[in-house]
Design a protein around this ligand. Structure first.
Ligand SMILES: [Zn+2]
Length: 171
């Protein structure tokens, strides 16, 4: 099995422990990568960690690049991780992303039986895990995920606010 990118400090850490400082390390990495992709896309990046804290999938928002309405970072990360894992079930895994998953991605994560979802900024307009609607608690959800929002929330919100501000000045 090949791992996508290792967090320098994550090898021995258990992602299933409630270790928010480990999530913050990943979130910093995600924020750096998101800043880079902000040149061409909405700056969203996601990583999926396995039960030993190793990154088995990562995705960036590729909606414009791929001309794909499903090209959200979480979906990209799920596709890569499914290939590496050779499985569609993610009960023991964690996905970390800088913005709360939208309703499409929240549903995909429920379908994938993701163990835990960690995100930075809440999305009050389109968030599917509490910001607007919480699909994980909806009666249609057959899978209960642990959800931790607000990791480096200020930094994550600021990155998106700056990106939208720049977009407005370009138009
Ligand atoms: Zn999405």
């Amino acid at each position: 099995m090949r791992y996508i990118f290792e967090n320098e400090n994550s090898n021995s850490e258990q992602p299933n422990s409630t270790n928010n400082s480990n999530y913050s390390k990943w979130m910093n990495l995600i924020l750096r990568r998101s800043e880079e992709i902000g040149q061409v896309e909405l700056p969203i990046c996601s990583v999926i960690l396995d039960e030993r804290g190793r990154c088995i999938g990562r995705g960036i928002n590729r909606r414009n690049i791929n001309k794909d309405p499903l090209g959200h970072a979480e979906i990209m990360a799920l596709r890569q991780a499914s290939l590496i894992k050779n499985d569609w079930r993610f009960n023991e895994c964690i996905i970390i992303t800088n913005l709360e998953p939208c309703t499409m991605c929240a549903s995909a994560l429920i379908q994938a039986r993701m163990g835990k979802v960690v995100f930075g900024a809440y999305d009050k307009k389109r968030g599917g895990l509490g910001g607007s609607i919480d699909l994980s608690k909806h009666k249609s959800s057959h899978h209960k995920m642990e959800i931790i929002g607000g990791i480096l929330e200020d930094e994550c919100s600021r990155l998106l606010q700056i990106w939208f501000k720049n977009l407005r000045t370009k138009i």
